[in-house]
Design a protein. Sequence first.
Length: 210
Amino acid sequence: MAARHLRTRKFSSPAAIAATAAVGVALAVGGTVGAVRLTSAEPPAAPVAVETLPSTPAPTSATPSPSASASPSASLSPSPKATPSPKASRTQAASRSKARTASPSPTAKKTSSPKVVDSGSCGASFYAEGQMTANGETFNPNALTAAHKTLPFNTKVRVTNPANGKSVVVRINDRGPFIEGRCLDLSRAAFATIAATGLGHVNVRYEVLG
């Protein structure tokens, strides 16, 4: 009640009014200076700016992980190389497109030429009558055989006609001829190989084959 009474007290003198005004001004100035100091001591808070960062895409499965590339065991042990399987379809197609060639025939074995153990020249005739030969065979005028006085049976003799260069190999299976100047009596087929049968006899060169 006393404070309310003081607030309602009235000053009537000019000095009291001036003093009251000075106190009010001092209070107003002090309050303003205090408010300014309080404001300068605490700076206003800056507005917070919210920055929106771009979203990072998730790593795909194709990107290799760092742990896999840095693993020493994976780099030291080489991975086995896969062996390419033959492509049957391409091989078959290529073989069908190529021209087929005949398979090479086997090479004939070279036979060594028989060794000549004796040679000479004489007259040769032929005979064609059917009879038994000296070695017991039936005489065949169409076989390549001949008669000789001394050569062993089954001996091979090459007979050449020097007049035309023709030759024939005969097998000795008989004895003869018994005419002077002749050493061979050929079968008709053997004689016809080197000369005409109408000649009857020709001079020949013979080679005894071993």
